[in-house]
Design a protein around this ligand. Sequence first.
Ligand code: AAL
Length: 416
Amino acid sequence: MKRTALILILGSVLTTFNVNSTFSQDGFPYILPKDKPDREMSAAVERIYTNYAAPKPENNEVFSQFKYTEVKGFDYNNADGTITRRDPSKVIFANGKYYVWYTHRETSTPPQGAQKSSDVIPSSDWDLAEIWYASSTDGFTWKEEGVAIKRPEKPLVGWRSVTTPDILVWEGKYYLYYQGFMEASGKRGDDCPVAVSYADSPDGPWTPYHKIVVPNGAENEWDHFSIHDPYPLVHNGKIYLYYKSDFDKNPNWVRMQGLATADNPLGPFTKHPLNPVISSGHETSLFPFKEGIAALVYKDGNEHNTVQYAEDGVNFNIAAITELMPYAAAPYIPDAFTDTKDGRGITWGLAHFINQGGRGKTHSVLVRFDCDLSQDLHDEEMKEHRVNHKPDVFYRQSLSKKQLDRVKKENAKLRN
Ligand code: AAL
């Protein structure tokens, strides 16, 4: 707290100095300059020219709203919590249709927590899961094709649960990376490494590599316990596999994202020395954009609700601020694996809504999102910088009993 106080004092001294200085200039122009004007500017106005692709969101290619559509073709057992679909992979197009892989849990009961879990009772929404896949001709209605990766026998990696898949297409073969749980999630934490299976066709059959390809970090390192959300892209002639780790202390886990690169899909993967490379966010959602990599950063951390960009794929900066972002966003990225030097961006994908079903019926559902984060589209509706919510959306963010009691106490103190 002392450091913050010092910064604030220093800042106010500087501001005081500027306010009293003799410096003057014409007023800021009425028509917002498209390019950085040759004048002294405040930090905030300077930033719209240095940090963002355009001074106005509607002209910023990496700003977008997100629109959502319920997808058809998946049955959720009357939302009783015994079936879940979540954490979709990026969408690919092959054999004349779209493909997606995802965590699929179908258990006799909804999740019961780590203490009550057993070989048949799931601890969490993604415990005792397999990886299933589906295909679609339009991205709205999907045909569930069935299981792609089953849980292997104990003690092979992923024997407890295989979840949160993502796809890589490399030299004509298909690689599915996924979290391989060796204990029920929640025993200590959400602890797992990453495993991989490969196939000659997106319809399988999939051959498990049965080895950990992205290992957990060393003792006391940020990614010691969990390597989540493996997310491969091809960049600079290598496989850039982004991943997330939960660290610090439960219940307020810190979630950041790291990068591991390899020349071969089966590894070895080398973790970047600057890891973690993204300081916020939850699941990994990135795409090639122009010569670099863009990231959808949502849910957790100081910089959630941002679109970020790194020309080198490593040093990310905030490039847009947005809202109502898709969780576990898994875009359809035509140039995800082409090692492009001019990434065209994205316009749709799948995501998930978690904590559906209500108390005791926890499950997740897949959803489609659409956006305009593309060099090849300019959809003005997507570039509107306000999402107008109806009052009931705000009223649902109501004060808790504890907060209401605090307000009542403050009122009572004023009156006495
Ligand atoms: C998801 C992902 C990973 C976590 C759990 C299932 O949102 O971050 O996959 O392990 O939650």
